[in-house]
Design a protein around this ligand. Sequence first.
Ligand SMILES: O=c1ccn([C@@H]2O[C@H](COP(=O)(O)O)[C@@H](O)[C@H]2O)c(=O)[nH]1
Length: 257
Amino acid sequence: MDFLSALERPPLVLGVDPRPELHGPKPLVHLRRYALELFEALAESLAAVKFQLAFFEALGPEGMALLFELASAARVMGLPVLFDGKRGDIGSTAEAYAEAYLDRFPGSALTVNPYLGLDALAPFFRAAMRSGGAVFVLVKTSNPGSGFLQDLAVEGRPLYLHLAEALAREGEALREGPWSRVGMVVGATYPEAVRAVRDVAPHAPLLLPGVGAQGGSPLKGKGLLLAASRALFYPGGRPDLEGAQEAAKGLLSALVE
Ligand SMILES: O=c1ccn([C@@H]2O[C@H](COP(=O)(O)O)[C@@H](O)[C@H]2O)c(=O)[nH]1
């Protein structure tokens, strides 16, 4: 599987941010079964499944085992996998992060943090190239305080746009047809930022978290991947297979230009 195949599927990304307290007396057993059933039920409506590493790490070794089992199962069902870990470190450590998620799961994607600069992102880009994967770099995040650094005016334009331009340049070398393996994260809560980034980075897949629980708009456009975690995995605040199918249908039919 090549992660870029996600861009030929419906644009919805199922976020998996597990909350064990919602899964009864044997939480991991129930969570495992629920997640597998949900992947199967939603498979035709999804571009990819996004696993939030923090929630699995919080569950300890059993959580990590469950993460790798669920990621493997999603791939067997033909669903591209995205690991949301927001990794980033000096080059030699970045190599290890890239090996852990991109090489061990060929054809997968990983979110990364650009704060250390382009040299620190290079190992992720190389791993995405050799494994048929993708890297999604945080550009303009969905949270209310993201503007504190990301919107700082530099030469009259927000910092995040300078970053998007630099990444678009880097991404040219990783382009396969219309899409680059260098993607960007832009919160669905900032539709104007999505448009501004798309203008400077026409070949970057854009991952748009914040749909649903954070109030982000379900934007329509080529190369946009709309991510919803709570709204899809726990519609109505709890595990609910039928509710999740309804929610997916609702989000897909509400897509706006
Ligand atoms: O800018 C960002 C980057 C990542 N996220 C992650 O996406 C999900 C959002 O969960 P919801 O329940 O759909 O709000 C979560 O894993 C975040 O860590 C983000 O929200 N914003």
